[in-house]
Design a protein around this ligand. Structure first.
Ligand code: ZN
Length: 283
């Protein structure tokens, strides 16, 4: 396994970790100053700016882009809304291409409002991702399906396990040409008894596009916004990273922490320093 001590260049900071306290230009500078090799920005941070401008600032700071967050949810209550969601995602893929993002992170969405048709939602995800994949291939941006913890199945992602996400990849890309894969986020998949085997499968099929780290706190006080700093919870981070790297993953280790009542309240420079220290000591 790659040692991370002294190798923050192998690490990335997902900007959500800093709570969006500063404009993206400042966040880029702060991440570079802290020694990170990459950044993963969110679409909301590009509002009112051209992707070309942000891309230039990132490159001038010496950073790469480990991923661009994230897709508009795909499932919709009617065809017009479904098509609008796909069109919106196409625009985001174009931004990801300008940013030279290693992947476009896809949080696929859950049930449309008022619906109980989970199979239908999943069918929409499959169809919509297929439509988007053609555009992404032309733009040269791999799509990274991110399975989310099953507690988000209704409202955020009806893809809940790595196995399910990889099954979708196999249907959409039977040739395994690397244009669609998965984002493995420990917060969402650490509990899965099939995780090791599915990471190995993803590696064999060239589908490991991103690796997101944080920790699972006990107790967790908010299901969305109480993620822990690496080392503060119960996830065996080195073991999961070892599975990733044994499967061939050689891209960035990306910190992604949503923490409304703790890390988002701290100064970004302090959070970056703690992330850097924990990446090098407990991941
Ligand atoms: Zn993630």
């Amino acid at each position: 396994m790659r040692p991370l001590a002294g190798r923050l260049d192998l690490c990335s900071i997902n900007t959500a970790t800093l709570g969006y306290q500063a404009p993206i230009e400042e966040t880029i500078e702060a991440a570079a100053r802290a020694g990170f090799g990459a950044i993963a920005p969110w679409r909301r941070e590009l509002e009112g700016r051209s992707a070309a401008h942000v891309a230039r600032r990132i490159r001038e700071a010496g950073l790469e882009v480990s991923g661009y967050c994230r897709s508009t949810y795909i499932p919709a209550a009617d065809q017009a809304a479904f098509e609008a969601n796909i069109a919106d995602n196409r625009r985001a893929v174009d931004q990801a291409a300008e940013l030279r993002a290693a992947c476009f992170v896809m949080v696929v969405g859950g049930l449309p409002e008022g619906s109980k048709d989970l199979a239908g939602a999943r069918a929409q995800v499959l169809e919509g991702t297929g439509l988007l994949l053609e555009h992404a291939r032309a733009a040269g941006v791999p799509l990274a399906l991110e399975p989310l913890h099953p507690m988000y199945c209704a409202d955020r992602a009806c893809l809940s396990t790595l196995e399910q996400a990889l099954d979708f990849c196999d249907i959409l890309d039977p040739g395994r040409n690397g244009t669609i894969g998965v984002a493995v986020d420990v917060y969402h998949v650490w509990w899965d008894p099939r995780l090791e085997g599915q990471i190995a499968r993803a590696g064999r099929d060239h589908r490991l596009l991103a690796f997101h780290v944080c920790d699972w706190l006990v107790p967790t006080r908010d299901l969305l916004l109480d993620r822990g700093m690496m080392g503060d919870g119960v996830v065996d981070l080195p073991r999961i990273r070892e599975w990733m790297e044994q499967a061939g993953y050689a891209a960035r280790v990306e910190v992604e922490i949503f923490s409304q009542d703790n890390w988002w309240k701290r100064a970004p420079a302090q959070t970056l320093a703690v992330c850097a220290e924990r990446l090098q000591s407990v991941c």
